[in-house]
Design a binder for this molecule. Structure first.
Ligand code: SF4
Length: 99
């Protein structure tokens, strides 16, 4: 789609609070997402959180657009980045069952 790069850029700006300057973490996250059935391969977005993963994998903290911009520790919503504890913290806040 022609607007995709612009959309990704805007999504990145809206999402971004603080970047991690750690390529290893970003690469490990990208690798996990590449093998995940929740990755929409056409749009490169996570089907669970809706984020553009290119933007999300480099962030340490981000604003969650589904929660009125709540600032969160950037995490995989299913805890697949080795961050189940963090994912469960937000699930608990949102009244969801733990993973
Ligand atoms: S963020 Fe998590 S659930 Fe979403 S595509 Fe990546 S690994 Fe899968």
């Amino acid at each position: 789609m022609a607007h995709e790069p612009l959309l990704k850029k805007v999504a990145g700006l809206l999402l971004s609070v603080e970047k991690i300057n750690n390529q290893l973490i970003a690469k490990a996250r990208a690798k996990t997402c590449e093998g995940c059935p929740q990755l929409d391969r056409n749009s490169k977005r996570c089907k669970v959180c809706g984020c553009f993963l290119e933007n999300k994998i480099v962030l340490m903290t981000n604003k969650n657009p589904k929660k009125l911009g709540r600032i969160e520790i950037t995490h995989c919503p299913l805890g697949l980045w080795g961050d189940k504890v963090i994912a469960n913290l937000y699930r608990q806040m949102d009244g969801k069952d733990p993973l």
